[in-house]
Design a protein around this ligand. Structure first.
Ligand code: BG6
Length: 486
């Protein structure tokens, strides 16, 4: 069902995110009939382009990032007609704000939903919000979408939130975490709360540990400027992995309303046992890749990929052991890890149930392992032991497998597609509330501080492997193993 006509203003419109994700997402929704053709997408950035110049770039972006069979020339042309461009530095009050304003308030469009999407460096968010407000661009129903990262630690995150909060009420601020846009992450909520069997077993009595992995094969991808100042903890753990963790661990919300859901998520974040310099070594491993292979080809070390081959202590891999200090989870390790240049692109949640009793079938039966594959090939598997056919009481392990959806028939929406239109509809359930971001930073910031004091820097791992040995050691202490070693 189509949404109401809207205007989407993108700051940072010539950037990588806009080209790779935002325009393709809007195009796909348009192609599927969800975006009325009189909506407008207004790109702004500093480059001196006109509408036509920007449309050409947008067209190229679609050709690069949308599958050919989804690209229909006539549809692309109709889509591009919605696209406009205003050359403007959103953080500065000088510039063609009048041009942008007259475009937005012209004709019947003045009171339609207006979304401002900030895909620029986060330290500009406050200034852009101010300019949008002071230049009179807000409408009755405007919303502002903030890309991650919100800040680089707790203090800067608060600054960003305050800066934007001065001009937009919290209810109209949409902090995007695209992992919440992933179908298989949303499905965790259904899996947990629509299956009473699982719901009853979802606690420390039944579960031994949980692993959440987000592995990537790519290295720096020319993003050195951003990434080297960030590292894996800020880039992936603070947001994406902690968000997945909240969905896995939260209590049953009273409803699926945005605030009911987010109240429970923030409780999980606030219950995380603090990690700091005194317990850092025992609970956190960090690594940086050196030369190795990716896709069968030799690849350079992280440091060699950096411009000027500068020495760097930035971590490209983190593994850590988190504990949620509440009645449901006390004592259950949540192992989180994420890294670049791993052997495969894989995001997965592994829930390891406790072992059974020895006896009938020999030794103690190993506990079941529920595997939630977020990407690629979304699926949920839960192996079961059954009797081997025949005379003896031997056992076979069978996989109860569910692909989420039928492969080839259902196209999984890219995570940005749903989220971008949720902002139009004003549905914040899958966006991150202010207190969530800040609670996540509160937990992550002491780790960053501890690292800063630790001259050893990250351990090294060969590109194309599962990270440094310290990541395995982290689990070994507890008699556990990462899933690929089991
Ligand atoms: C982004 C990070 O937020 O997520 C990137 O900045 C990372 O470094 C990306 O590659 C991973 O997203 P996905 O959807 O491909 O798992």
């Amino acid at each position: 069902e189509p949404v109401d006509s809207f205007d989407y203003v993108i700051f940072g419109a010539t950037g990588d995110l806009t080209m790779r994700k935002l325009l393709p997402a809007l195009y796909r929704r348009f192609a599927e009939g969800q975006v009325p053709a009189d909506s407008r997408i207004v790109g702004t950035a500093r480059s001196p382009l006109d509408d036509e110049g920007y449309r050409e770039r947008a067209r190229q972006a679609l050709h690069e990032h949308v599958r050919a069979d989804e690209l229909i020339d006539a549809t692309v042309n109709r889509f591009l007609r919605m696209v406009h461009y205003v050359s403007l530095n959103g953080a500065e009050s000088t510039g063609n704000w009048e041009g942008l304003k007259s475009l937005l308030v012209s004709n019947a469009a003045a009171d339609r939903v207006r979304v401002f999407y900030l895909a620029t460096a986060p330290d500009l968010y406050g200034d852009i919000a101010r300019n949008v407000a002071e230049k009179g661009l807000r409408s009755e129903s405007s919303r502002i979408v903030l890309e991650k990262p919100i800040g680089t630690d707790l203090e800067t995150a608060r600054k960003v939130n305050e800066g934007v909060g001065r001009y937009f009420p919290e209810g109209s601020i949409f902090r995007i975490d695209h992992y919440l846009g992933k179908e298989a992450v949303q499905n965790i909520i259904a899996l947990r709360f629509a299956n009473p069997m699982l719901e009853r077993m979802w606690d420390r009595d039944s579960i031994e540990y949980v692993q959440i992995t987000a592995a990537e094969t790519v290295g720096l991808e020319g993003r050195g400027g951003y990434y080297d100042g960030s590292g894996a903890l800020r880039d992936m753990i603070q947001n994406h992995l902690l968000q997945v963790l909240t969905v896995v661990a939260m209590e049953r919300p009273v409803s699926l309303d945005a605030d009911a859901l987010r109240d429970e998520k923030v409780r999980v974040l606030k219950s995380l046992k603090p990690l700091d310099r005194d317990n850092l070594r025992a609970n956190v491993a960090r690594g940086q890749y050196v030369q190795g292979t990716a896709g069968g080809k030799p690849v350079p070390a992280y440091r060699e990929e950096l411009p000027g081959e500068t020495p760097s202590n930035t971590e490209t891999f983190v593994a850590l052991k988190a504990e949620i200090d509440n009645a449901r989870w006390r004592g259950v390790p949540f192992y989180l890890r994420s890294g670049k240049r791993m052997p495969e692109k894989l995001t997965e949640v592994v829930v390891q149930f406790r072992a059974g009793e020895p006896g009938l079938f020999g030794e103690a039966r190993p506990g079941s392992r529920l595997v939630i594959r977020v990407q690629p090939n979304e699926s949920v598997t839960l192996p079961l032991f059954v009797k081997h056919p025949g005379d003896s009481f031997g056992l076979d392990e069978v996989d109860a497998l569910s692909r989420l959806g039928e492969p080839g028939r259902i196209r999984y929406r890219d995570s940005y597609e749903g989220l971008m239109l949720d902002a139009v509809k004003g549905s914040p359930a899958l966006f991150v509330r202010k207190d969530e971001t800040e609670a996540a930073w509160q937990w992550v910031t002491p780790i960053l501080e501890g690292w800063r004091e630790d001259e050893n820097g990250p351990d090294t791992y060969e590109a194309g492997t599962w990270g440094p040995d310290s990541a395995r050691e982290l689990l070994r202490q507890a008699g556990h193993q990462w899933v690929e070693d089991i």
